[in-house]
Ligand binder design. Sequence first.
Ligand SMILES: *[C@@H]1O[C@H](CO)[C@@H](O)[C@H](O)[C@H]1NC(C)=O
Length: 234
Amino acid sequence: MFNLFALSFLGLFPSQHVLQAPDVKVPVTLGVMSRCPDALLCENLFDTVLKKVSDKIDFRLVYIAQVNSSEPEFGATCLHGPEECAGNVHQLCAAEYTPLDNWWEFVNCNNYQGRNKACLSYTLPWTYIDFRQQIGLPETAKQCAHIAQIDWETSGVGECAGLDGSGRGTEGVNLLHKSILLGKTMGLEKSCTIMINSEPVCIHDGTWKACENGHRASDFIRQINAAYEQLNNQ
Ligand SMILES: *[C@@H]1O[C@H](CO)[C@@H](O)[C@H](O)[C@H]1NC(C)=O
């Protein structure tokens, strides 16, 4: 039998790879709609959460909508209109082809139009309203790709979403349908629903609902750390 320890002494395998099993990440999902004010609020809050625990989680956004073959553009009905379906596709394609840092910056840029978020307070709901109307537009997708250091043409994101920025690329529309169906199997109905380790832990739907263990960033960080320790038997 190969002696992996000997190989690691020889420097062929770094010893940490031999000795340490990879850790188990906590699945964390936000059920969202790209133009929904509740989603923007949750995403803003999770910007703080990700800064603390991004290395401990498998993070994704799942898009709530209805698959609908009568819809000519997206084969889906999105609550805030076809522009929202396009915005969902832009974000899904960014997540598919770029690392978390880039696609998360892309989502934040969608939400804030590249303005300095630090100047905005998420305690003022009206601040979302102006920016929301730009989500899903081709200019927004291309401008935000640039801001998030994603090359629209060569990264795969543009081809996925449609190089024209329409959000109607075949692959992107397929990703949208998959995401909607995944949301159904997860029982996601309200934007925004926060799921940690496959359990719904909090909803913001106009106001906070069903948040037994709190709704501040620190509450989510605490729950994620606890789930991570449990999953990794620490
Ligand atoms: C499906 O799309 C059609 C055409 O836009 C629309 O009239 C209908 O309400 C949609 N159905 C659902 C369930 O959203």
